[in-house]
Design a protein around this ligand. Structure first.
Ligand SMILES: *[C@@H]1O[C@H](CO)[C@@H](O)[C@H](O)[C@H]1NC(C)=O
Ligand SMILES: *[C@@H]1O[C@H](CO)[C@@H](O)[C@H](O)[C@H]1NC(C)=O
Ligand SMILES: *[C@@H]1O[C@H](CO)[C@@H](O)[C@H](O)[C@H]1NC(C)=O
Length: 359
């Protein structure tokens, strides 16, 4: 073999015998070394093959470990919540109750006296005539309002528990969000009244001077709900805590965001201060309709939930407007007031939905 090689190569060939014996040693050494690695790999492959399939998650985009989220096979003990505040607060409390119950294997239980029972007939919870079912149960108090408290996903499921707090964070029920959205389907009577309102509005639009002709008329009609929270947020003690009220400049900016983006826009305004809203929320170019429901929270929420997009202001009612309507949601970024008590506990990432925008 080496005969045909040039003299310079012959030198290398002479040392070839030594190299090949080193090769053998090396291959032997590598073979011995590889034994544990190969065994580990085979063990891993067998393990992967034998592993049970991933559990099917209730909704996509879950933000916590999936294995923590289905303890429904226990479900021996009850979980309740103290309802405090009004509709928006109660909805946060119910949604958290449901999400925390699912994550721990506790069964939600609420009082029949809660306003939610009549407004949302599809809630998946047991109801009791007791005014406060968890009165004598151990309490779980939230760390602070306006932020997610992850310890709620590790409760003791061998005891009844009463949740105490406001639980204003989407993270408490993100793992069951489509389920919660379905449960917040309004009673048929409310829906009917709101349907009539939308029919009247549509007629007003078609007959009025706002009717868009030509190409623009072909683009779909977009209802933009505007919720203006004022009321108690104008009181001195609310202001001191850091609650702020959206100014008309913010609402104008938000309205022009939508009118720039879409051709056919109708604004639907609901508020706990309709008088202010009628004089301050206006448009020269687009139809603005005001809620006829004389500040009835459930009808207002049902109306705004039907809209395609939302302009929200401050408070949990406004939060649910954005959440139920889906579509694009604009929030008021000057809440809470800097340096205030609310600002010291407020965690924007836990409170505002990640896809919401501000103008
Ligand atoms: C959770 O467990 C229950 C009861 O075992 C089962 O019916 C349900 O499908 C499970 N849900 C998920 C999301 O795996
Ligand atoms: C949970 O509540 C239901 C309905 O009130 C009750 O029948 C049941 O005994 C409660 N479970 C426990 C473990 O207390
Ligand atoms: C906008 O909302 C209206 C009323 O709920 C609905 O009928 C319509 O389909 C929605 N339009 C779009 C583009 O989603």
């Amino acid at each position: 073999m080496t005969v045909a090689w040039g003299s310079s190569k012959r030198g290398r060939a002479r040392t070839g015998g030594m190299t090949s014996s080193r090769h053998v040693t090396f291959i032997l050494f590598a073979a011995i070394l590889s034994v544990p690695f190969v065994s580990i790999y085979i063990g891993y492959a067998i393990g992967v093959y034998m592993m049970p399939a991933n559990i099917e998650l209730p909704d996509s985009g879950v933000i916590i470990g999936p294995l923590r989220l289905n303890y429904t096979w226990y479900n021996t003990h009850n979980l309740s919540v103290t309802f405090g505040g009004r509709l928006g607060n109660n909805m946060f409390q119910y949604a958290a109750l449901y999400g925390i119950g699912k994550a721990n294997g506790l069964r939600p239980l609420i009082t029949r006296q809660s306003a939610l029972v009549a407004i949302f007939p599809h809630l998946k919870t047991r109801v009791t005539s007791q005014r406060r079912p968890g009165d004598y149960w151990p309490k779980y108090r939230e760390m602070a309002p306006y932020r997610f408290d992850e310890r709620t996903f590790n409760l003791n499921f061998m005891t009844n528990i009463e949740l105490v707090g406001f639980f204003q964070s989407w993270r408490y029920f993100d793992h069951v969000r489509a389920d919660v959205r379905k449960q917040f389907t309004f009673a048929a009577g409310l829906e009917l009244e709101v349907t009539r309102f939308f029919e009247r509005t549509q007629r007003l639009y078609r007959d009025g001077m706002y009717y868009v002709r030509g190409d623009a008329a072909k683009s779909p009609l977009q209802y933009v709900g505007i919720h203006v929270r004022r009321g108690d947020y104008l009181h001195q003690n609310s202001i001191e805590k850091g609650y702020t009220v959206a100014d008309s400049g913010y609402i104008e900016r938000a309205m022009s965001y939508f009118t720039t983006k879409y051709h056919n826009v109708i604004f639907v305004v609901c508020s706990d201060d309709m008088q202010w809203s009628r004089t301050h929320v206006k448009s020269r170019t687009h139809l603005v309709v005001y809620s006829p429901f004389t500040e009835t929270a459930a009808l207002d929420l049902c109306t705004l939930a039907r809209c395609n997009h939302s302009i929200t202001t401050v408070g949990s009612f406004s939060w649910w407007v954005g959440n139920l309507a889906g579509g694009e949601t604009i929030y008021y970024k000057d809440f809470p007031k800097r340096g205030s008590w609310v600002a010291s506990i407020f965690k924007p990432g836990d409170y505002y939905m990640p896809q919401w925008i501000t103008v």
